[in-house]
Design a protein around this ligand. Structure first.
Ligand SMILES: *Cc1c(COP(=O)(O)O)cnc(C)c1O
Length: 364
């Protein structure tokens, strides 16, 4: 590109890095918190029967009425609350940050947390402020309240359970954040199915809190469906930024089908939770500096100093892809994150990890 052409792109965008995803072809994929179970034969046939009835020559229902009715029921959305659907929760974060005013303010989240909060905020021209979690990754309510007073954020994102740390945020600390701010607070419950704890029933208590859910982590990552729930006063405005047909007909039909078979996905999540506890216990006996307790479908762990990259590479050589977080946040030095997969995948992971840890780095 010529300098003149390149100057057409905003300087702050040019200085950002692209969000990239590792190539997982041929590997056991334990890097992205997907549910490991594909839809099985009978269920898959029923799903395809539904898709056959979709009229692809027509635009999708812009209001996704059938899907929204099913979601109200399935999620137990409190009466009087509204809902906006997004192409994944990523799109909902984007829509929200598009309509919020106050460019002299900022977007704030604890760190380390979900990287898309900062990435989307910056792309949309917001200043992003990260507030470090405590060393055990719990939310520091006092520190958050202090920074909130100094920075006056327009919007605060709280993921609970948090990604990539796996822990739930304590109720008292979250309440402290909600009470300290006059900005909007989004509680991101992407891992609700694995944690079973929600703020949905507290929505009535607060004027300025929204809840975000997604179907990505519960067996439907390919679908791209996120849900934002809260008072109509907020959601009616956010809905104006949504492109009218953002949820395609195939996605609407597939999501309706999945919600009609919720118990299948809940059963899969229960298997993953059992596996998580087994895997966590097994990892305790490995020579790792820390294995962090998780209420989500992944486990964060810390290797001996400087070993994360070679352990990740060793696993990759054994055909297993996990995520190396070293270098992404000062609190994540030597940290790796593994998604809890199917039982056979977890066995393979534990065995390969055990082998990798038993080889001193100099002999490799
Ligand atoms: C994975 C994840 C999401 C999901 O984003 P989608 O766009 O719905 O796939 C949202 N929030 C957190 C904290 C996550 O870890």
């Amino acid at each position: 590109m010529t300098p003149a052409a390149s100057a057409l792109i905003r300087a702050d965008v040019r200085s950002l890095t692209t969000y990239t995803v590792a190539d997982a072809r041929g590997l056991i994929k334990l890097d992205a918190m997907e549910c490991p179970f594909p839809m099985d034969g009978e269920l898959r046939r029923e799903w395809l029967d539904q898709l056959r009835q979709v009229e692809l020559n027509r635009y999708p229902d812009p209001l996704a009425r059938e899907l929204r009715a099913k979601l109200y029921d399935a999620l137990g959305v409190p009466g009087g609350m509204a809902m906006v659907l997004g192409n994944g929760s990523d799109e909902l974060i984007q829509l929200l940050l598009m309509v919020l005013d106050g460019r002299d303010r900022c977007v704030l989240a604890p760190t380390p947390s979900f990287v898309m909060y900062g990435h989307i905020a910056r792309i949309l021209g917001w200043r992003f402020v990260g507030v470090p979690l405590n060393p055990d990754f719990s939310l520091n309510g006092q520190r958050m309240a202090d920074v909130i007073r100094a920075e006056r954020p327009a919007c605060i994102f709280l993921a609970s359970p948090n990604n990539p740390t796996g822990n739930l945020l304590a109720r008292e600390a979250v309440e402290r954040v909600i009470e300290a701010t006059d900005g909007l607070v989004v509680i991101d419950e992407a891992y609700f199915l694995y944690a079973g704890e929600s703020w949905l029933d507290r929505l009535q208590d607060y004027e300025h809190v929204l809840i975000m859910r997604t179907m990505s982590k519960q067996g439907l990552a390919g679908l791209r469906l996120g849900v934002l729930i809260g008072r109509p006063g907020w959601l009616d405005q956010i809905d104006k930024a949504r492109l009218p047909y953002n949820i395609g007909s195939l996605n609407q039909a597939s999501a309706c089908f999945a919600l009609s078979h919720r118990q299948v996905f809940e059963h899969q999540a229960a298997i993953v939770c059992r596996e998580r506890e087994r895997e966590y216990a097994a990892m305790q006996s490995l020579p790792l500096r820390a294995v962090y307790p998780s209420r989500a479908n992944f486990i964060l762990f810390r290797t001996e100093a400087g070993r994360a990259a070679d352990i990740e590479q060793g696993l990759r050589n054994s055909g297993i892809l996990i995520r190396n977080l070293a270098g992404t946040d000062p609190m994540l030095d030597d940290c790796l994150r593994v998604t809890v997969g199917a039982p056979w995948e977890n066995r393979r992971f534990l065995s390969a990890l055990g082998q990798g840890l038993s080889v001193p780095p100099t002999e490799k």
